[in-house]
Design a binder for this molecule. Structure first.
Ligand code: HEM
Length: 119
C-alpha cells in the first residue's frame, strides 16, 4: 500500500509546520494580508493544521466550519484565491515537499474554489 498524502507531508508535525508557514505567508502577502487583520494568528494556524491533517488522511479533529460556511459573504475574488494558492506553493517549497505531493495539494485546494470565490 502506498503512503497517504498525510504521511508523505510529514504527518502531524510536518503539516503543522507547513500550515504555520502558510498563514505567515498570507500575513506577509499584500494581496490578502488585510483579510486577516483582525484574526488571532494562533487560532487560524490551528484551524489550518486541523483542516489539512483531516483532509489528507490524518486524524479528524477539525472543529471549524465547512469551506462554504467559512467564506460565505466575504466576497473573495479569483485573484485572492490565486494568492492563497501561491502562498501554499511557497510553503510547500519551504518544507521541501516534492513535486508529486505539491501537485496533489494544489489539486485538492483548487477543488474547493467554488465554495470560496464570490460565495
Ligand atoms: C482552498 C483555499 C482555502 C482553504 C482550504 C481555506 C481554509 C480555511 C479554514 C479551514 C478556515 C477556518 C474556518 C473555521 O475555523 O471555521 C478559514 C477561514 C478563513 N479564510 Fe480561508 N481558506 C481558503 C481560501 C481563502 C481565501 C482565498 C481567503 C481570502 C483571501 C480566505 C480567508 C479566510 C478568512 C478571512 C478566514 C477567517 C479567519 C479567522 O477566523 O480569523 N480563505 N479558511
Amino acid at each position: 500500500m502506498s503512503q497517504s498524502l498525510f504521511e508523505r507531508l510529514g504527518g502531524n508535525k510536518g503539516i503543522t509546520a507547513l500550515t504555520s508557514d502558510l498563514v505567515d505567508n498570507h500575513l506577509a502577502n499584500p494581496a490578502i494580508a488585510n483579510r486577516f487583520m483582525n484574526s488571532d494568528v494562533a487560532t487560524v494556524k490551528n484551524a489550518a493544521a486541523m483542516f489539512m491533517i483531516a483532509g489528507t488522511g490524518g486524524e479528524n479533529n477539525y472543529k471549524g466550519k465547512d469551506m462554504l460556511a467559512a467564506h460565505r459573504g466575504m466576497n473573495i475574488s479569483a485573484l485572492e484565491f490565486m494568492a492563497v494558492l501561491d502562498d501554499a506553493l511557497v510553503a510547500l517549497d519551504q518544507s521541501k515537499i516534492g513535486q508529486r505531493e505539491q501537485e496533489e495539494v494544489l489539486f485538492i485546494l483548487y477543488s474547493m474554489r467554488s465554495d470560496i470565490v464570490l460565495v
